[in-house]
Design a protein around this ligand. Structure first.
Ligand SMILES: NC(=O)c1ccc[n+]([C@@H]2O[C@H](COP(=O)([O-])OP(=O)(O)OC[C@H]3O[C@@H](n4cnc5c(N)ncnc54)[C@H](OP(=O)(O)O)[C@@H]3O)[C@@H](O)[C@H]2O)c1
Length: 300
């Protein structure tokens, strides 16, 4: 199977690349070769590449910048997936597309199920939801994978920010009223490649995608607050003998940080469907964090 994998310079695409390359012929064009800001060029690129499966983690992921550039976020997160999905429908090629907890409004405390109503609060969330709807409307066989709070040892994200602050500051201040599952890109890479590898052909893959209703939630199991995640990072660094200046991680509230971006307070994702349909059980967020911190070693 020839797989077109986008976004390999990013966290999820970068994590998927080694797993998928072990078993499949992976095409991983650079951004300048497969540019999602120019959706009208994608069909001819796809004609040239002729994949049997498209896996699309590439996205406009800066939630702050999306508030300033909502049109560009829509092009990359909705119009480009629409173009890919229409091509996929015409050529009977299945599409795996990534989405986010930000399609939900974060109300309540129970984990979101795949069929719960979407009501995004931010420009980023709206662009990702629009992308989901474009993929669903295309007629292509698809699996939309919603995940949450992604980080990677090699990334430039919440994990890195907390590590830097823990080394430079006496006290960290982190919000304790947003809940979700921190999810390592490596866990996503392993689970998604296992889902793909279970199926000997694109046809079987399409049948499973249909059984999943075209949408699945995938995250590390369990949940915590941003503050709980930051505290575990700091404790984990200390346990690994890293030089930490921070003596305290203070719990704050979202309202103390005026922001143009409204983030969901409840980002917990229900993980029943990936277990039932694909037999995928992800490690807990604590286990995944321990693995990532081990990878960092003493090299910070
Ligand atoms: N990060 C999170 O916390 C999170 C949470 C939930 C869901 N998700 C979803 O998970 C998926 C993967 O996220 P991630 O964390 O891996 O994102 P990421 O690390 O920010 O990587 C995004 C990737 O998309 C590429 N890209 C951006 N604009 C592009 C364009 N115009 N044309 C081609 N490629 C472009 C980037 O390339 P460059 O390196 O060239 O910019 C990069 O490889 C996304 O769909 C995201 O919405 C992420």
């Amino acid at each position: 199977m020839r797989i077109l994998l986008t976004g390999t310079s990013g966290q999820v695409g970068g994590a998927l690349l080694p797993y998928l390359s072990e078993r499949f012929d992976v095409l991983a064009p650079r951004r300048d070769q497969f540019d999602l800001t120019v959706p009208e060029r994608l069909p001819s690129e796809l004609d040239r590449l002729r994949p049997d499966l498209i896996v699309n983690p590439a996205a406009f992921t800066s939630v702050e910048r999306a508030e300033d550039e909502p049109e560009l976020a829509l092009v990359v997160n909705a119009e480009a997936p629409r173009a890919m999905a229409r091509w996929a429908a015409r050529h009977d090629v299945p599409l795996v597309h990534f989405s986010t907890d930000y399609v939900f409004d974060g109300s309540g405390e129970t984990p979101w199920r795949e069929d719960d109503a979407c009501n995004p609060l931010s420009a980023y969330g709206r662009s990702k939801w629009e992308g989901e709807r474009a993929v669903q409307a295309s007629g292509a066989s698809h699996l939309i994978i919603r995940t949450s709070w992604v980080y990677a040892a090699a990334g430039n994200d919440f994990l890195r920010t907390i590590i830097r602050q823990a080394k430079e500051q006496d006290e960290l201040r982190v919000v304790a009223d947003q809940f979700g599952a921190p999810t390592s890109a490596a866990s996503i890479g392993r689970s998604v490649s296992a889902i793909i590898a279970q199926h000997p052909s694109p046809r079987e893959l399409s049948a499973s995608f249909a059984r999943a209703g075209g949408v699945v939630h995938l995250a590390n199991s369990g949940s915590t607050s941003r503050h709980g995640f930051a505290s575990s990072i700091v404790e984990g660094l200390r346990a690994r003998g890293q030089a930490i200046k921070a003596r305290r991680v203070r719990a704050t509230t979202t309202s103390e940080y005026p922001s143009r971006v409204r983030r969901p307070a409840n980002s917990r994702l229900d993980l029943t469907r990936p277990r039932e349909v694909f037999g995928v059980v992800t490690p807990s967020w604590q286990e995944a964090l321990a693995s990532e911190l081990d990878l960092l070693g003493g090299g910070e």
